[in-house]
Design a protein around this ligand. Structure first.
Ligand SMILES: Nc1ncnc2c1ncn2[C@@H]1O[C@H](COP(=O)(O)OP(=O)(O)OP(=O)(O)O)[C@@H](O)[C@H]1O
Ligand SMILES: [Mg+2]
Length: 282
């Protein structure tokens, strides 16, 4: 069954974390060791999931199994419920009916969400912003080291002491990615994380995202408006329509993928035609 989790910006973690008993520290550090030992990704099983807002029935029976470690992209026209689905599976909102399971009990650190806007804390330096992603482990002895490592993974080690305000849009998103990765999530949910970036920065972020996914092996669920991005990154593209998964398209192209290849362009074209025909019917 579903266990509530926090976003990559757990505001409630910001207060009262500095004080805890020494035995709690030991227990926490043991738990961290345990986590590092099991960096396994999680599978997801969604059954008959429904969600309405008032009389607006947004999700009308989502059935979906995502194997551990798969990279799934979700596309669909604006307002079809992509963000709603992501929020439900990240435990940020309550389901009305159905179930979301991960095959086992999960910890808050197991699932992280990255949003379109970086949501950095303006009063904390870059390293401090990344440490926020550690949640309960933020006060542990190796928090700095772990945050530095996450920053290196996104190529921003040299920005650790900067304020967020001096970073470019792409750099801010890389900090947000480091914050999401620092707890070694087993599922990373991404809601149009690259939507506000220029084309070149976007491609370089896509490559970064693919690299960290390959290195760390988490299950990735990416909501995007960009079908080319979906087929470039994902193992599988889901099209949401009328509150259900209308198409489930496997992308078998070998990695690293050749953007613009005939194979990807063909898949992109067929997904776009699904989307456009759905649009014509409304
Ligand atoms: N908190 C809320 N209260 C009321 N209605 C909501 C709420 N959140 C979402 N909705 C409604 O649910 C529907 C789906 O919204 P959602 O944000 O999931 O769409 P989306 O597919 O992510 O769209 P976009 O591509 O524009 O981001 C919309 O009609 C939206 O107005
Ligand atoms: Mg959305």
């Amino acid at each position: 069954m579903h266990t509530a989790v926090r976003t990559s910006l757990p505001e409630t973690e910001l207060a009262g974390r500095a004080h805890f008993a020494p035995h709690a520290r030991v227990a926490r550090e043991e738990r961290q060791e345990e986590r590092r030992a099991r960096t396994t990704s999680l599978p997801l099983s969604i059954r008959a999931l429904r969600k309405s807002f008032g009389d607006n029935e947004v999700l009308r029976g989502i059935d979906l199994h995502i194997p551990a470690g798969q990279f799934v992209a979700i596309v669909g026209k604006s307002g079809c419920g992509k963000s709603t689905l992501l929020r439900l599976l990240a435990g940020l909102d309550k389901i009305d009916a159905g179930s979301i399971g991960f095959g086992q009990d999960i910890q808050p650190e197991d699932i992280r969400v990255m949003f379109q806007e970086p949501r950095l804390l303006p009063w904390a330096r870059v390293l401090g912003n990344v440490e926020v992603g550690l949640g309960r482990d933020r006060a542990s002895g190796d928090a700095h080291a772990r945050a530095e490592k996450a920053l290196s993974e996104v190529g921003l080690a040299d920005k650790r002491d900067q304020w967020p305000s001096v970073l470019s849009g792409g750099q801010k998103q890389r900090v947000a990615l480091a914050r999401a990765l620092v707890s070694r999530p087993r599922v990373l949910a991404l809601d149009e994380p690259l939507g506000a970036l220029d084309a070149l920065t976007r491609i370089s972020m896509q490559r970064l995202l693919e690299r960290v996914w390959r290195d760390q092996g988490f299950t990735a669920i990416l909501v995007t408006h960009d079908v080319a991005e979906a087929v470039a990154l994902a193992d599988r593209v889901l099209v949401i329509e009328d509150g259900r998964i209308a198409h489930d398209v496997t992308v078998n192209a070998a990695r690293p993928r050749q953007r613009g290849s005939a194979e990807l362009a063909g898949l992109e074209g067929s997904i776009l035609s699904h989307l456009l025909s759905a649009d014509d019917r409304t």
